[in-house]
Design a protein around this ligand. Sequence first.
Ligand SMILES: *[C@@H]1O[C@H](CO)[C@@H](O)[C@H](O)[C@H]1NC(C)=O
Ligand SMILES: *[C@@H]1O[C@H](CO)[C@@H](O)[C@H](O)[C@H]1NC(C)=O
Ligand SMILES: *[C@@H]1O[C@H](CO)[C@@H](O)[C@H](O)[C@H]1NC(C)=O
Ligand SMILES: *[C@@H]1O[C@H](CO)[C@@H](O)[C@H](O)[C@H]1NC(C)=O
Ligand SMILES: *[C@@H]1O[C@H](CO)[C@@H](O)[C@H](O)[C@H]1NC(C)=O
Ligand SMILES: *[C@@H]1O[C@H](CO)[C@@H](O)[C@H](O)[C@H]1NC(C)=O
Ligand SMILES: *[C@@H]1O[C@H](CO)[C@@H](O)[C@H](O)[C@H]1NC(C)=O
Length: 432
Amino acid sequence: MEVSLAKALSLVAIFAVLLQFCPESLSLELSPSEKEVTLSTNSSFTVVCSGWSKVTWKSAHVPSLEGVSVENRGTTSVLVLHNVTWRHSGNYVCEESSTEETKDISVFVPDPEEWFVPLGPGVVMKEGEEGTIPCVVSDPGVNVTLYERASQAPVEGTYHPSKGFTAVLKDSSYICRGAMNGEEKASQVYYVHSTMVPKSMNTFMTLSKTVLKQGEALMVNCTVEKVAIVYFRWEFPRKEIIEPLTDFLSGNRELRIRSFLNISSATLEDSGQYICRVQDTMSGQSAMVHLTGTVLERGFVDLEPSVSTNVSAMQYESIELTVQIEAYPKPQVLWTRDNTTLAGDTVSIDTKQVHKTSYLSTLTLVRVRMEQMGLYTVQVANEDDVKEITFNLQVKAPSKIIDLSDQHMVQGHGVLCVTEGGPHAHHSLVQL
Ligand SMILES: *[C@@H]1O[C@H](CO)[C@@H](O)[C@H](O)[C@H]1NC(C)=O
Ligand SMILES: *[C@@H]1O[C@H](CO)[C@@H](O)[C@H](O)[C@H]1NC(C)=O
Ligand SMILES: *[C@@H]1O[C@H](CO)[C@@H](O)[C@H](O)[C@H]1NC(C)=O
Ligand SMILES: *[C@@H]1O[C@H](CO)[C@@H](O)[C@H](O)[C@H]1NC(C)=O
Ligand SMILES: *[C@@H]1O[C@H](CO)[C@@H](O)[C@H](O)[C@H]1NC(C)=O
Ligand SMILES: *[C@@H]1O[C@H](CO)[C@@H](O)[C@H](O)[C@H]1NC(C)=O
Ligand SMILES: *[C@@H]1O[C@H](CO)[C@@H](O)[C@H](O)[C@H]1NC(C)=O
């Protein structure tokens, strides 16, 4: 008792120590923790990010802008901005890659002349409806509006001074205008292009059958969704003879392109790996899918009992006899007892496909009776093969004394005890 109490106390102590070193939440921390800082020109600023695994800083500037340095020290990363100018304005993001958690800080270095910070070449690639025009300002006090350049029409959206203007955008050119203290300035021009390609193209392969017999037809589809122009490259056993075909499948939502193999009569040589490589020429994305096909000379059946074939049960117990089946083509399963088909309310047979060529067949006997003892055979057959397994079912009744009698023995006195139970009666003689 004392020992386990001592152990418990030491565990409490360990927990107390752990709690002292853990902050309230396992999240990233920035020091200083402000969401936004405004710096004066030529000053310097340091911010430390700490997490629980590897962390690092990112921004549209890092690391190409002079005066920005990042020092990674494993679970901490230090961002230093030296002798800052208006060009250092923007959003700096610390990311913990293992958890994908981020924390950011907005930095502003106001300059009376320079309001808009140039970030990148002014080309905005957008996916979907919305996009962000990165017209970041050096001073959060500047009032910014977004215009479509051609029509000069203002565009509705949300503006964040260190990130830009997020709005529903067309493939067009846009400009931001800033107003402050009665003065106005315009940003550079931003050109918006929609990318045809989503974050990842969806490629999948289907085989009409992964196991088949020679002479049967085989179709292999390699389908890509959400792409415009795509190249297919195939690897498969009879590449020299069979030509892949390509067609466009018009779905109601998106374009799908299919490259496929149509083998009308498979041969043993068609067994093997089917590899489809897809390359999208627009985005440079590529993908590979593969499956294995097996062509059999003829069909087959293999059986394995799930339990011993010698089964014993107590009377009124429920029992299950199960066989695992591997077969192609799909087999017929027949359970019989002493050569007669099984029937009745308390007997049920269930055969289910668990995988392409795998099946499980179960015979259930509910509240089994003595007279159900005997040989149960499961026969599994298809057009090419037949196998069977026989279970020997023993049913035992609980022992019951049916007779006790005094016996005079050579050396004194005994009791003969006759019990019933199981297939036979038992006689036992106890000497007193
Ligand atoms: C910043 O430093 C540069 C050179 O060191 C100097 O020319 C400039 O006047 C300084 N600007 C401010 C606002 O202190
Ligand atoms: C910052 O500017 C001062 C002069 O204004 C200069 O002496 C110093 O080397 C600069 N520091 C960096 C890191 O550029
Ligand atoms: C920004 O615009 C709002 C509304 O249009 C106005 O109330 C505010 O004074 C403007 N701020 C500056 C600095 O011009
Ligand atoms: C292959 O694609 C075609 C067209 O979508 C479809 O009709 C067929 O069922 C597919 N075959 C397989 C094996 O998925
Ligand atoms: C595939 O081949 C079969 C038999 O050769 C043919 O009847 C069928 O039209 C073909 N399917 C396609 C989609 O080409
Ligand atoms: C089942 O019992 C018989 C005798 O009753 C024995 O010969 C046989 O080996 C047993 N089989 C198994 C799988 O235990
Ligand atoms: C079942 O029938 C087969 C032939 O139909 C016969 O050879 C076998 O002995 C029979 N078995 C039993 C247990 O009656």
